[in-house]
Design a protein. Sequence first.
Length: 373
Amino acid sequence: MRPRGPWAAGPAALLLLAGVLASDALLSARGRKKVVHVMEGDSGAVVVQTAPGKVVTHRGGTIILPCRYHYDMSAHDPAEIRLKWTKVTKPMAFVDVFVALGKARRAFGSYRGRTALQEDGFGDASLIIRNVTLQDYGRYECEVTNELEDDTGMVKLDLEGVIFPYHPRLGRYTLNFHEAQQACLEQDGILASHDQLHQAWLEGMDWCNAGWLEDGSVQYPISRPREECGRKDTPVGVRNYGYRHKESEHYDAFCFTSNLNGKVYFLKTYRKLSYAEAVQACKNNGAAVAKVGQLYAAWKIQLLDRCEAGWLEDGSIRYPIVNPRARCGGREPGVRNLGFPDKKYKLFGVYCFKKAGEAAPEKALGGGHPNRV
């Protein structure tokens, strides 16, 4: 039993049954609510019928983390029950999310204003999270306490999205762990988890450079082993260097991002642009130069397909290919990377990002003046 905070309550018997294993009681972004089925067994114990799994949503969505409990109502006052949700940040490390005791409610940190109990009848401790963020990804613990006894269940919140490998202009293997975290944040992402990288590998991801993950390990996915990459004649899989020194060792980063609250588009212009001109052109169009994570999300989720290279916010040149064709970036779908050219003298197009609710992109710009089309 973990030490409890000041909301802890004191003695009686309680059985917690967390519908924590699957997408039951899930409120999807489309507004559909799936049901947690509960039935009484011969012993009087509640049995939650649910398949193993996880609840899944996307950035900006609304989700319900399912959790139900049962105990003898005739013996104990429901007002004595404390419900507590925490997020597991690392083994034996927790962050408070939400606490309820009787009619009192309290949310913590970034969860303030976004969380509430579902309260769908007695015994429902399910937690609603609105406007889900990338940082909400992970495992949550539902703890129900009545005096001295408690029980807990675990829910995994997963996000739909895409992993992208990243290194800065300085080159490969230049980021320590903390710099990798910051690099992902600056490109509209977070460091990916092992589970996310493993899923990307199952979907065919093959990347020859090792990168930091959110737990401090360094890994890379290999789908086609070759001598210079994972060694020829070795099994496919996610290669793992283990947990590395977060300050002194340097690698790339594997970042994760999810749905966009807006749109990435290639800005048509009269001519190619320097980096500074690209920044101004997007600004004149009511937008900003797209970040790497935004381009990956547009490619993966919005199916952006464009055979024209353009500037991104970090100074790299990339373009997204959904349908590979001749003379357009090779045989596989993906986001092509042409590196980090000279910002002043090299000229390219530009990918802009415009937030949802703002004016639609203009068809073309050039040097700050609309193009006649």
